[in-house]
Design a protein around this ligand. Sequence first.
Ligand SMILES: [Zn+2]
Length: 109
Amino acid sequence: MIENAACAGDLTFTERPYAEQRPICFRCPVRVECLEGALGEKTSEYTRAGLRPDQLAKLRGLRKASVVAVCRGCGAEFLRASNRQVHCSVACRQAWSNRRRDERRAVAS
Ligand SMILES: [Zn+2]
């Protein structure tokens, strides 16, 4: 728990039902900071920033999948849609596979 948080000093917060925790989180002045902290953890044991542990886990998964990556073709930063995407665009992927093909031809001749 963070200082100034709406739940700070509420020793029973973690044991309350979610329906009671939610409104406390939603009027909390440090909700964003709380969410940042929660997403930085591997798992959460209780409600943080108005989200249940299972909702936080889902959000962590989304964040991981949409991480900023560096394109293997042009070196530009891009938001990747999946862990397997290594190029920023179709053009970059095409250019990369063309180059690979040319290299193979050069080796063969
Ligand atoms: Zn690129």
